[in-house]
Design a protein around this ligand. Sequence first.
Ligand SMILES: Nc1ncnc2c1ncn2[C@@H]1O[C@H](COP(=O)(O)OP(=O)(O)OP(=O)(O)O)[C@@H](O)[C@H]1O
Length: 586
Amino acid sequence: MGIFKKLGWFFKAEKKRYIWGLIFLLLADLAGLIPPRVIGILADKMGNKQLTLSLLAEWLVLLAMAAIIQYLSRFGWRTMIWGGAATLEREMRSRLFAFFLKMDATFFQKHRTGDLMAHATNDLNAIQNVAGAGILTLADSILTGSTTIIAMLIFVDWRLTLMAILPMPLLAIMARVLGRHLHTAFGESQAAFSRLNDKTQESISGIKVIKTFGQEDEDVADFDKIVDKTITINKKVYRIDSLFDPAISIIIGLTYVITIIYGGTLVVNQTITVGQLISFIAYIGALVWPMFAIGRLFNVIERGNASYDRVNELLSEKSQAVAPKVDSAPVVSGDLDYQIDRFSYPDDPRPALQQIHFKLRQGQTLGLVGRVGAGKTTIMKLLLREFDHYQGQITIGGQDIRDVPAASVLGAIGYVPQDNFLFSTTVRDNIRFAAMDQDQDAVEHAAAQSAIHDDILHFSQQYETLVGEKGVSLSGGQKQRLAISRALMVLPEILILDDALSAVDAKTEETILENLKHDRQNKTTIIAAHRLSSVMNADEILVIDNGQITERGNHQELLQRAGWYAEMWAKQQVESQLGGEQHDAE
Ligand SMILES: Nc1ncnc2c1ncn2[C@@H]1O[C@H](COP(=O)(O)OP(=O)(O)OP(=O)(O)O)[C@@H](O)[C@H]1O
């Protein structure tokens, strides 16, 4: 029953709705007491040959009224209680979604997508069920149970009633013992569902890779293993759950046996009439549902309880982002001073960055080059506030970026990541994703700057063309250029291109860089690239290796240094000439 306490905040807020729900429920239950009594009275009247047509009509009117009251009050409680469940669902869903969007990179590194989706679907459904079916079965079993017992006491006989309810404490004992086991089993079951969800999500996302490498059978086998495990855990839940219903049937059976033996004796002794015994047996019939409801109730509340604990555990996780000292949203602009002594990823104590120190005056361009896995993206991640825990500091315009809200820092940055994500909407809305108020001219300007405008004009519905899962598939280069337009739309103080030109040809790359230079005077740009021509015009170029700066300077200085940069430059020049010659020969 702990879940009702845990959801106390909700029931308190929705007090009125639930009080009305319970009043309607009580009315329905009271109206439900009338028919058994009427049947008993009519049986006695028939036995005594006192039943006349007008008397029968009077009792039938009473039965009809009871039916109407039941109909209306059932409508009332359904609206109130199911409405309450929907309100809780909405509240919990918004809370969880807002929480997901608030969390930082560390959180998403720790929790996998499928697991988070399971929390947002299965767990929330289970919690919502507590506020609907849970409350209903609890209240209904208590109300129907107690009103029926009171009716038995008043209309029939107190001794018979006491004897008949004698087996009922067994139900409470059993519910207590099994409830404890159910809680643990449900926790395991929900966690197993998370793993299953995770596997499904990963396989569907990675379907192209699975098929290309012909790994379908292996993946199906992997999936089957997880399904088998989940089924084994769920079977345990069903086993515990199945112990309830047969036990309830036994208790009900015992009640009937006692009633027939003891009630029969009371009729023979003329303590009660036959009609009273008939009413009593009908009342026991009315008790069957509340007793089974208690079995259901334990299922609903223990499932909800386990899910509530899982969701709460998630919600109690704190973002690792440093709390800002400035509450308002300050303008973030000016020179960039990047002074990182050391940074390690949360799950890896080895340093990912060491002694990365550089200054970039507003309007300058920085180039980051180096082998794969050297640390170029990591340098950008710190600027993007993905991780706040490092030795050293990064300032923009003299202000430590951790002192201001992350949203202010990110508002000043236009970021084009290595892997682009396009939303399932139009080309236009993908471009103006972060600047929805911008008009068509601004969208077309950003598209022209990133050399994608002409491609878009060739799409079937131009800027209205749908992209993403349901729309056209764009080439890698088109996706990259669309992502650059999206970043340019926000007119960022700092533009970060993380290997964002890798899939476009050298000539298009040159056009885009030329456009940026012309359009972004006084605005800072950081370009990470493998193709050195992308950074050759940068004010400063850093060569990164193993998380450290190994060479630095402008293009000419680095060529003179005759290190990694000069070597790579010479190699790439030869490759591009060979590529050009091959192209000419074709
Ligand atoms: N989230 C993470 N957790 C732990 N280690 C990470 C994480 N992201 C990257 N790394 C590690 O940090 C190192 C630097 O990675 P990073 O992505 O910064 O390299 P990069 O220079 O951008 O490479 P590329 O040119 O391939 O994009 C790598 O060894 C990588 O394995």
